[in-house]
Ligand binder design. Structure first.
Ligand code: WTA
Length: 632
């Protein structure tokens, strides 16, 4: 592809062009895609309302660019290689031709069930090829998919279904994870008790476990596609029609539905994929994320397949049957680019290098990292033991809202520095602002990471509540998109992400809102008030620490602590389960009644002797009591 960058000077040249004349820059990139009708204008935007449109009035279907476009050039090449949870089970390869046929067939099947352009479809599935087929089938007919990570609880699932008023749920009987078999359909059944909008569900048979099928509502995947044609003419979509909604946590209340649209998302995910990973035709690329997160959307499915890559999908976990599984898969499929999260690296690091030793890992060319800051120790371990010192690490910073990678080295081109995401991609105009909104220019500065110009794959709105989008991202610093992250630009102009500056915690690379966890805790009938903070955790990056005021009558501390963890499990899912629950007599508050989280964060991270002046608190006496009961 002509828009591939090959050298550092090439990067600098392209970056300059993208800033000086964004319209010509992106129009050149977009030209190499298949459009039913070209756009009238490249970008129309303001960050006040906010209102952002890319490739205005362009018409396309993203799946024509993923499937039809590749049929003649690489129809017999593997599009997806699926590696099952159990290494004894056969892997599955789907060529572009086969994927095309399956997507078209499933698109016809869901259409026959009454799903059409603009309808919302929830996908709640294990990591199986059918998850990607379901996504693309929705995109084929113009339905808006919203994937919910299959580890979320029934309650979290029904909240999301109701928020977007989904018409259909696509799911599976169960999920194989390591040596466990996790119910999936059962969770959907529970969730649907509280959802009126869903007219049908399609159920893939994966584990074969016993489930209940309700006639008139549930239909098996294999029955839904029986006798259905594998030909489907893709729906014509406007550039700005919604492609998908993905719910993500913020600093307040309920998760919000981040909306991405067809044209810009297509251009940016393909462009960033090719340049960051320096993917060459014939390479085998593997991203270990789950399709339930943005990384799975943009860099297992959309970006790689748009680029005509071979993308691996893995059903299992890194430690099953043993801690060498990732490396076994790399050797088995001769993986060239490997993309994972720091939390996985740290978890594997804890097993030492022995599980790596049996494997050659000589096909690897590029290693990627995403989801949270990678600490230097993990960076070096990854570099030395997995990459054998010869693979560049691309530490990619981005967010659900940005749709694609924003700050990252280009593999083998940008000189790397441990723990640094290095430099912005072309088209990404970063600024660092202090808390008053003044721009901190030059190098060796630290502040709030903001973006001052739109990029094609940015979020357009939060589903059903545009004002929330404005308040969350465009109001803290007027005329800027605010990321919620703190950042440092060092003496070389390199960016290092310092972590969230809002009330979002990053647990094993998963975003969790403290308010969301507190709301779940407060559902327990004995809880009076709670405050949740993050604290440094060796493997997860951050752990969840909950300080809770309870009515202890008839309960023991131990019993209640357990019940509270269970409550969160049930309301959100295991990923939000607090690591620590401390029952406290009170919470430190300001005179206006605001919880002083700064103090709780310090106590949670074992820095309770360094609290500074607490005399202005409404209740300074509770601080000592909390410190005494803290667990480390
Ligand atoms: C954090 C995941 C440091 C950051 C793609 C961001 C990172 C949040 C990095 C988004 C990185 C992601 N270095 N921090 N390379 N990548 N983050 O929406 O705090 O699940 O705001 O998107 O993860 O998480 P999300």
């Amino acid at each position: 592809m002509s828009d591939r960058i090959h050298s550092l000077s090439g990067y600098m040249y392209e970056y300059q062009k993208s800033v000086q004349d964004p319209e010509s820059f992106w129009s050149r990139i977009a030209d190499s895609f298949h459009w039913r009708k070209k756009w009238d204008k490249v970008v129309d935007w303001n960050f006040e309302t906010p209102d952002v449109k890319w490739f205005v009035n362009g018409k396309l279907n993203i799946t024509e660019n993923i499937l039809d476009r590749h049929l003649y050039t690489r129809g017999d090449q593997a599009a997806i290689i699926w590696e099952p949870n159990d290494p004894e089970e056969e892997h599955i390869t789907l060529t572009y031709k086969e994927l095309h046929a399956k997507v078209c067939q499933f698109a016809n099947a869901i259409k026959a069930k009454g799903v059409g352009k603009g309808d919302r479809v929830i996908i709640y599935m294990p990591m199986v090829p059918e998850a990607a087929i379901a996504m693309l089938a929705c995109a084929r007919i113009g339905a808006i998919h919203s994937i919910v990570f299959a580890g979320f609880s029934a309650n979290a699932l029904s909240d999301r279904i109701n928020d977007c008023k989904a018409k259909m749920v696509i799911t599976a009987d169960g999920n194989f994870r390591g040596n466990k078999q996790i119910p999936v359909k059962e969770v959907v059944d529970e969730a649907l008790k509280n959802c009126d909008s869903v007219e049908s569900t399609i159920v893939l048979k994966r584990t074969g476990q016993d489930i209940q099928m309700t006639s008139g509502l549930d239909i098996w995947w294999h029955d839904a596609i029986e006798g259905v044609s594998s030909e489907n003419k893709a729906e014509e979509m406007d550039s700005e029609d919604m492609l998908f909604i993905l719910y993500t946590s913020g600093s307040t209340g309920q998760p919000k539905g981040v909306v991405h649209t067809c044209g810009g998302y297509m251009i940016y995910t393909a462009y960033s994929f090719q340049n960051v990973f320096q993917y060459n035709q014939g390479d085998v690329y593997w991203c270990t994320a789950d399709v339930g997160w943005i990384t799975g959307h943009s860099y297992i499915v959309y970006g790689p397949l748009l680029a005509g890559a071979t993308s691996i999908m893995f059903e299992g976990v890194p430690t099953f049957p043993d801690a060498g599984r990732f490396w076994a898969i790399c050797d088995k499929h001769q993986v060239n680019q490997f993309y994972t999260a720091p939390t996985a690296i740290r978890a594997l690091q804890a097993y030492g290098t022995e599980p790596i030793e049996p494997y050659k890992l000589d096909s690897l060319k590029v290693l990627g990292s995403v989801g949270e800051p990678i600490n230097e120790e993990a960076w070096h371990w990854y570099h030395d033991h997995v990459g054998k010192g010869k693979c560049p690490i691309v530490d990619t910073w981005w967010q659900t809202e940005t749709g694609g990678i924003m700050v990252s080295p280009l593999a083998g081109i940008t000189p790397t520095k441990p723990a640094y995401a290095t430099l912005p991609l072309p088209g990404v105009q970063l600024v660092i602002l202090d808390n008053e909104g003044n721009e901190l220019k030059g190098n060796s500065v630290e502040g709030n990471l903001c973006i001052k110009f739109p990029w094609p794959s940015m979020l357009r709105t939060t589903y059903g509540d545009h004002d929330r989008c404005k308040q969350t991202y465009f109001s803290t610093f007027p005329n800027h998109y605010f990321t919620g992250d703190g950042v440092k630009r060092d003496e070389d102009g390199y960016y290092r992400i310092l972590g969230r500056v809002d009330d979002v915690i990053n647990v094993s690379g998963h975003r969790m809102g403290t308010a969301e966890v507190e709301n779940a805790i407060n559902e327990h009938p004995k809880v009076i008030e709670s405050a949740v903070v993050g604290y440094p955790h060796d493997i997860k990056g951050q752990g969840i620490y909950a300080f809770v005021i309870c009515d202890m009558e008839g309960r023991t501390q131990e019993g209640l602590t357990k019940e509270i963890k269970e409550t969160v499990n049930k309301i959100i899912g295991p990923i939000a389960r607090p690591d620590k629950v401390q029952i406290v007599p009170g919470l430190p508050k300001t005179r206006s009644g605001k919880i002083m989280r700064r103090i709780l964060r310090k106590i949670a991270s074992g820095d309770g002797d360094n609290l500074g002046d607490i005399s202005t608190l409404l209740n300074p006496e509770v601080v000592e009591a909390i410190k005494e009961g803290a667990s480390h």
